[in-house]
Design a protein around this ligand. Structure first.
Ligand code: OVM
Length: 406
C-alpha cells in the first residue's frame, strides 16, 4: 500500500464505483479495511473508511461530519444538487430536528403496528403465488412486489404506475455516486419520473389514512408548511422502497446460497428477527453514505482535511473483524447487532421499524411454507452507486411437506 503526502493518510488507489466493484465488492471492502481506519482515495479526492468504529464515530459527530452538503459524492456547496435537497436527510441540526420529529411521529410504532395484519396477509398471498410457479424471479415476484404493495398502501399512494417508485428509488440512490454510467442511466428517467413523484406527494393525491396523510396533518397543525409536508412524503418515497426491495432480494439470495441456514431458521422461527439483522449486516443494502468534514478532523491517529467527503462504507464496516468473529460468514445465530446498515446517530433510519416489519412478514410467510429456496439460474447483481442488491434472482421454491400433502 502506497503512502502519500495527503496529511499522512494511507492512499488507496481504487475506484469504489467501478462496475466490477459495485457488482462484487467483497475484495474492495477487505482491501479498504486492510489499508487502515481512514484512507485517501485520490481518484475522487475523498477519504473513506470501512472500519465500523470510524463509521460510527463519523455518523455520531454530525457537527464535523455534515449531511447538509449531501450524503453522496457531490458536495452541494460546490455543485448544485440534482433535486431540491431532502429536508430531513440532507440537513443538519437544528433544521433537522423539526422535520425528523414530524417524520418520526407519522411513522409511530402504533401506526406501524396497525399495518401488521395487512403485511401478513399480502406476504402469505405472494408466497402462495410464488410456490405455484415452476420458477420465478425473486426480485420482481417477491422482493419488489411486496414493498410496492404494502408500503405503497401504507404511505397512501394510488395504485396506478407504482413501478415508478422503483425507478425513483434507483435515481435517488444512484445519484449519490460519481457521474458514471450508472448515475447517468438512472437520472435519464428523471424527466418522466420526478414530476410523477412530486404529484404523488401532494395532500390530495394521498389516501386519508396513510403515513402521507399523517405528515400532511402535521402541516395542518402548523409543525411544517404544506410544501415541507410534500417534501417529507417525497423522503418516504425516496428512502422507503428501493431499500426494502434490496433487503428482501439480498435476504432471498442469502438463504438460496446458504441452505443450511434456511434449515436452521425453519427449525427455530423465533430467529426471524435475528436473521433479518444478519442479512442487513452480511449483505448491507446501502453500501455507502457520505458525510462532508466541516473542519480538519484529527481522529484515529490521522488528520482528515476540512471540506472533504468521507465515504462511510457500511458494507465494509459491517464485516469488520474488530466486531464480528468470522465476519465473512453468514450465520443467523450470531449477535449481528450493532451493525450500521441503518446508519447510526441522528440520521439513523427513521423508518427502520416499518422496514423490519415488512421484511419480517415476508420472511415469516416463507418460513411457514417453504422447505427449500433453490437457486434456479444465475443471480444477476444490480449496479448501484449506493445500494448493493440483485437485478434478477431466478428461484425455485419448494413447499413444505405438510402443505404438499394438503
Ligand atoms: C430523503 C432520503 C432519506 C433517506 C435516504 C435517502 C438517499 C433519501 O429524505 O430523500 O436515500
Amino acid at each position: 500500500m502506497a503512502m502519500d503526502k495527503v496529511d499522512g493518510l494511507p492512499v488507496f488507489d481504487v475506484d469504489p464505483y467501478a462496475e466490477a466493484l459495485l457488482r462484487e465488492p467483497a475484495a474492495y471492502y477487505q482491501a479498504l479495511r486492510a489499508c487502515g481506519p481512514l484512507v485517501w482515495i485520490p481518484r475522487y479526492g475523498v477519504c473513506a473508511s470501512g472500519h465500523i468504529s470510524v463509521v460510527e464515530a463519523a455518523f455520531r459527530d454530525w457537527r464535523r461530519f455534515s449531511s447538509a452538503r449531501g450524503v453522496g459524492l457531490a458536495d452541494f456547496s460546490r455543485e448544485p444538487p440534482w433535486r431540491p435537497p431532502s429536508i430531513i436527510l440532507e440537513v443538519d441540526p437544528p433544521a433537522h430536528e423539526r422535520t425528523r420529529r414530524v417524520m418520526a411521529r407519522a411513522l409511530s410504532p402504533q401506526a406501524v403496528r396497525a399495518l401488521q395484519p395487512r403485511f401478513e396477509q399480502v406476504a402469505a398471498r405472494l408466497v402462495e403465488e410464488a410456490l405455484a410457479q415452476r420458477e420465478l424471479d425473486g426480485v420482481s415476484a417477491l422482493a419488489a412486489a411486496f414493498p410496492l404493495e404494502v408500503f405503497g398502501d401504507a404511505v397512501g399512494v394510488a395504485r396506478e404506475e407504482r413501478h415508478k417508485l422503483l425507478a425513483y428509488g434507483h435515481m435517488v440512490f444512484d445519484a449519490l455516486g460519481p457521474d458514471n454510467a450508472v448515475r447517468r442511466a438512472a437520472l435519464a428517467e428523471a424527466g418522466e419520473i420526478v414530476p410523477w413523484i412530486a404529484a404523488r406527494c401532494a395532500r390530495e393525491a394521498l389516501s386519508d389514512d396513510g403515513f402521507g396523510a399523517a405528515i400532511h396533518a402535521a402541516a395542518e397543525r402548523g409543525e411544517v408548511t404544506p410544501h415541507e409536508a410534500s417534501l417529507l412524503v417525497r423522503s418516504l418515497l425516496s428512502a422507503g422502497v428501493d431499500t426494502t426491495v434490496a433487503t428482501l432480494a439480498n435476504l432471498l439470495h442469502c438463504f438460496a446460497t446458504h441452505p443450511a441456514q434456511w434449515q436452521i431458521l425453519r427449525g427455530a422461527p423465533e430467529l426471524v428477527m435475528a436473521a433479518i439483522d444478519e442479512v442487513l449486516r452480511y449483505a448491507s443494502p446501502v453500501h455507502t453514505f457520505c458525510r462532508t468534514s466541516t473542519e480538519a478532523v484529527d481522529f484515529v491517529g490521522f488528520t482528515m482535511p476540512a471540506d472533504t467527503k468521507l465515504l462511510c462504507v457500511m458494507g465494509a464496516a459491517n464485516r469488520d473483524a474488530a466486531r464480528w468473529q468470522d465476519a465473512e460468514r453468514f450465520d443467523i445465530r450470531r449477535p449481528s447487532l450493532p451493525h450500521v446498515a441503518f446508519g447510526s446517530g441522528i440520521h439513523v433510519c427513521v423508518g427502520q421499524h416499518v422496514a423490519r416489519q415488512e421484511v419480517a412478514a415476508l420472511l415469516a410467510a416463507l418460513v411457514a411454507r417453504v422447505a427449500r429456496i433453490e437457486l434456479a439460474g444465475e443471480a444477476e447483481w444490480r449496479l448501484g452507486n449506493a445500494v448493493h442488491t440483485l437485478a434478477r434472482l431466478p428461484l425455485k421454491l419448494h413447499a413444505t411437506e405438510a402443505a404438499s400433502l394438503r
